[in-house]
Ligand binder design. Structure first.
Ligand code: NAD
Length: 514
């Protein structure tokens, strides 16, 4: 396979026509001399790059660079920082296909989904550019005569971004594009399974920075390495904010480490997303939404649909429809046209899927379709699977766990209250949906007595969020919100100012101190 798109992104020093270099080094991306690791393409199992984890000395140098870049960056006008993001967005547009090809190569996403991920980055650039002229605070009345109070949002400091393999560009872009307009340098530790995507993004930022010498180059850096490197970043109080995306197990460690030094963490963790299908639902719509949400990205989205909660009166019909759709899904190499389901990320993920299916069977579940390895006309080294449909009780323990693979559990309910209770009974709280034509059911689902998730949709699937809204979830999903709405506030510090423009010094609460 030839990898010309990597040359276009300035990555031929890492990978060139199938060859790999063992060390990548540039002033903005660092690989060191400590333990090494290989990056394999999930599509074929071939090694596409070899890296060494950044050493502690290299991390120290990256952190110092970020700290000094902050000193300059925070005093630049926000619209100027927005101009940088505008240029980054334009370059991402220009290199969209090449960037998507890196995602397909390294994370195994089908081409359309990879292009969609780059589009998310482009969209968040547009959002952030507008935001760079709107980082607004409040003006508040004072109880003291001749005084005014106001609230300002100011740059926070170097922000560390730790990301997962399955959205190797979008998650960073949500954080970094907002962080840049807010005046924060970004240090990014991507997943050890997807460092090439990070280096490709860094190349785009470098191209934009070259056109704006007034912006310090150290505002964007990548450090490559595994969890030890991530842990070292979390311990360092020079990062006032650590934004971490990944499993709930990782989030618990990050929260404890960052919390111990009273830093802030923004956590985007695992989901266990459900869709209620009511007796009034448009089943054609529901069927399409279920298939896309459950098998898209081979079930490796944090918002992937994992549980269908179908009313007893329609569950047979709905299941029959799904059993008709699933066999027609084209499984194959994600770069091939027509493929809808690409591979799992690696063998570990395949084994996890098998273990969950075995657990489901042991807990009374019945596998209605798939779950096995798919080997017809796909590269031998990739772990391709037939997405699974499993009928099981809602309270089987395995149903309450997130298995990061395409397993769809079919559960049943009788009353709406019961369905909502099932939706909410898992530890995670990311995404949820109801398919219904009843206004009462829809409104109940999105109300205070409805879904307890960060995302609650009506007549639309659980995955595929738009960047305009705040993204994230409750409970074991970590409580963080990224991307749209007012998520930008995470990347700034709030200061409350009281200004005395009168000639006296009155105290608050009527206190007289003489
Ligand atoms: P993972 O938890 O294995 O790794 C994620 C990142 O955390 C990697 O960069 C890893 O090196 C780092 N890491 C691991 N342990 C760490 C530690 N102790 N300290 C600091 N860093 C550490 O996750 P993954 O397998 O790459 O991704 C899949 C998981 O991510 C799923 O659970 C999925 O739901 C979740 N996810 C959530 C969202 C969201 O927005 N809620 C988005 C994408 C993925």
């Amino acid at each position: 396979m030839s990898y010309e798109f990597l040359s276009q992104l300035g990555l031929d020093s890492v990978v060139s026509n199938g060859q790999y270099a063992s060390v990548y080094s540039a002033d903005t991306a660092t690989a060191g001399t400590a333990a090494g690791f290989e990056v394999t393409s999930p599509n074929t199992g071939e090694v596409i790059a070899r890296f060494k984890d950044a050493s502690s000395e290299q991390l120290e140098s990256v952190t110092q660079t970020a700290v000094s870049a902050f000193e300059e960056f925070k005093s630049l006008p926000a619209p100027l920082r927005g101009e940088l993001v505008r240029r980054i967005g334009n370059l991402a547009r220009e290199h969209k296909e090449a960037l998507a090809a890196v995602i397909t190569l390294e994370s195994g996403k089908i081409v359309q989904e990879a292009l969609g991920e780059v589009q998310e980055w482009i969209d968040v650039c547009d959002f952030a550019v507008g935001l760079s002229r709107q980082l607004h605070g409040l003006s508040i009345v004072s109880e003291r005569p001749g005084h005014r109070m106001m609230e300002q949002w100011l740059p926070l400091g170097p922000v560390a971004v730790i990301s997962a393999f399955n959205f190797p560009m979008a998650v960073w872009s949500w954080n970094a594009m907002l962080g840049f307009v807010c005046g924060d340098p970004i240090v990014w530790k991507p997943s050890e399974k997807s460092p090439l995507a990070a280096l490709a993004c860094q190349s785009i930022v470098n191209m934009a920075l070259e056109t704006m010498p007034e912006i310090p180059r150290g505002i964007s850096q990548v450090v490559v390495g595994g969890r030890e490197l991530g842990q070292a970043i979390c311990e360092d109080k020079r990062y006032p904010l650590v934004s971490a995306t990944g499993s709930t197990a990782m989030g618990r460690k990050v929260a404890a480490t960052v919390g111990a030094r009273l830093g802030r963490s923004l956590l985007e963790l695992g989901g266990n997303n459900a869709m209620i299908v009511s007796p009034t639902a448009d089943l054609d719509l529901a069927q399409r939404a279920i298939v896309f949400s459950a098998v898209g990205t081979c079930g490796q989205r944090c918002t992937s649909l994992r549980r269908v909660i179908a009313h007893e009166s329609i569950v047979e019909d709905l299941t029959a429809r799904l059993l008709k759709s699933y066999p027609s899904l084209r499984i194959g190499h994600p770069a091939e046209q027509g493929t809808l389901v690409g591979p799992l990320i690696d063998e570990g993920s395949f084994k996890q899927m098998q273990a969950s299916i075995e657990a489901a069977k042991a807990q009374g579940g019945e596998v209605l379709y798939g779950g096995d390895r798919f080997t017809d006309s796909v590269p031998e080294g990739g772990f391709y699977v037939r997405p699974a449909i499993v009928r099981i009780a809602h309270d089987a323990p395995i149903v309450h766990e997130e298995t990061f693979a395409p397993i769809l559990y079919i559960l049943t309910y009788n009353t709406l209250e019961e369905a909502i209770a099932i939706n909410n009974e898992v530890p995670q709280g990311l995404s949820s949906a109801i398919f219904t034509e009843s206004m009462r059911e829809a409104e109940t689902f999105v109300s205070a007595v409805g879904s307890d998730c960060g995302i609650a949709n009506v007549n639309i699937g659980t995955s595929g969020a738009e960047i305009g809204g705040a993204f994230g979830g409750e409970k074991d999903t970590g409580g963080g919100r990224e991307s749209g709405s007012d998520a930008w506030r995470n990347y700034m510090r709030r200061t409350t100012n009281t200004i005395n423009y009168g000639g006296a010094l009155p105290l608050a609460q009527g206190i007289v101190f003489e």
